[in-house]
Design a protein around this ligand. Structure first.
Ligand code: UDP
Length: 234
């Protein structure tokens, strides 16, 4: 698994945001993956996802304590924790400053509509040029819409690895756009789900908070994290 760590982004969130702001200004393309133990475990079994994680052009951030602990075990530098929710908020601030066009894809209709409203109120200069829910869609229609609308930032919330695979295919035929897979961030930023309170964040226990709130996550979390630390040196 060391090869995935070799392609991690080891700099801070502020440094990443500077790169994003510059790429938006210059109409460049970028693909950001916010990775946790589940992402890396999935990649060991999924060649398509593995290829995405090993692509040197992609930016992979450590979204969770497991990746930070994993880096320590492998004697890699300590990565900064850059979560999907925080990065999406910062990207919206950049978009607000640069009057950028954004596209939102994923989550259910209610969440998406609430998110649309929240963004419009909090970031009045952001132009939401398109949005589509993530349960009932034709992939080609979304590809074509993004191609036509030419958004500066495309936020995709379909969960791992669906969102990464969608972005890989969609960005292939485009030459601009900052693409990011944001997992459950639409749920949080729309106000539908609460983010872990400060205490949990301070002690790197967001994962525990999510399990308390949604116990069905326990099996998935347990399996992925046990496998992750078991396989890490392979
Ligand atoms: N989602 C979706 N379509 C799907 C599966 C999931 O739009 O077919 C959305 C779901 O509503 C949620 C987001 O993808 O808003 C991420 O889901 P999850 O919380 O499982 O992701 P995680 O943060 O755990 O990666």
């Amino acid at each position: 698994m060391k090869k995935y760590f070799d392609n991690l982004f080891y700099d801070s969130k502020e440094a990443l945001c500077k790169i994003i702001a510059k790429k938006v200004k210059e109409n460049q393309k970028m693909f950001i993956i916010t990775a946790n133990a589940e992402t890396f475990i999935n990649a060991t079994k999924d060649k398509e996802l593995e290829k995405i994680l090993l692509n040197k052009n992609n930016y992979i951030t450590a979204d969770g304590i497991s990746i930070i602990k994993g880096a320590k075990i492998l004697n890699c530098p300590k990565p900064y924790k850059i979560t999907g929710v925080e990065l999406m908020s910062d990207m919206l601030s950049i978009a607000n400053k640069q009057k950028s066009k954004i596209y939102l894809f994923g989550s259910g209709k209610k969440v998406l509509n609430a998110l649309n409203e929240k963004i419009s109120n909090k970031y009045p200069n952001v132009k939401i040029v398109g949005l589509h829910e993530g349960y009932n869609y034709k992939e080609n229609d979304i590809f074509n819409e993004i191609k036509k609308l030419k958004p500066d930032m495309i936020f995709v919330a379909l969960g791992i690895p669906k969102q990464e695979k969608f972005i890989e295919k969609c960005s292939l035929n485009l030459n601009k756009g900052i693409f990011i897979g944001v997992g459950g961030s639409f749920d949080v930023l729309s106000g539908y789900k609460k983010r872990a309170p400060k205490f949990f964040r301070k002690f790197n226990l967001e994962w525990l908070y999510r399990i308390i709130k949604e116990p069905k996550r326990l099996k998935r979390f347990y399996q992925n994290n046990i496998k992750f630390f078991w396989q890490i040196k392979k």
